[in-house]
Design a binder for this molecule. Structure first.
Ligand SMILES: [Zn+2]
Length: 141
């Protein structure tokens, strides 16, 4: 749940899995072992006010630049765009953007794929499934 002014907390297991997968499969440059190891220690400073699952690990004035860009699936046919930001070598922001008009939730980590072109204008109707090759579902290898 979004609690924008809540107390800082440790990254959740679900958030950690998404950030790690994004770094591994969708980084601009290969992530260093130190960066990957830093994920489990990230502190969530605030959550997005819109109610989505985006989380800030740094103040919004210290977001830095985008280091990973991908997309994943919340459910069959519900893609979400994912952007990971870092200030220097500190991960600062996990940004989510809905691609269906639904509220952006954390996707299944194994569904995450890199994005290489601008999908921000894409709106998949939620009833239309994405290509099978793009999605991982429970039970798939
Ligand atoms: Zn939001």
């Amino acid at each position: 749940m979004a609690t924008p002014f809540g107390a800082p907390r440790l990254i959740s297991a679900e958030e950690q899995a998404v950030v790690e997968r994004l770094l591994v499969v969708a980084s601009k440059d290969a992530p260093s072992p130190a960066l990957l190891d830093s994920v489990r220690f990230l502190i969530v400073r605030s959550e997005c006010r819109c109610g989505c699952d985006a989380v800030f690990f740094e103040q919004p004035s210290r977001l830095g630049h985008r280091i990973a860009w991908g997309f994943g699936f919340i459910c069959w046919g519900c893609p979400v765009e994912l952007m990971l930001w870092a200030h220097g070598s500190t991960i600062s922001f996990l940004e989510l953007a809905p691609l269906t008009g639904k509220l952006a939730r954390l996707p299944a980590p194994r569904s995450i794929r890199p994005l290489t072109r601008n999908f921000s204008k894409v709106r998949w109707p939620c009833t239309v499934p994405p290509p099978r090759s793009l999605i991982w579902l429970p039970g798939m290898p």
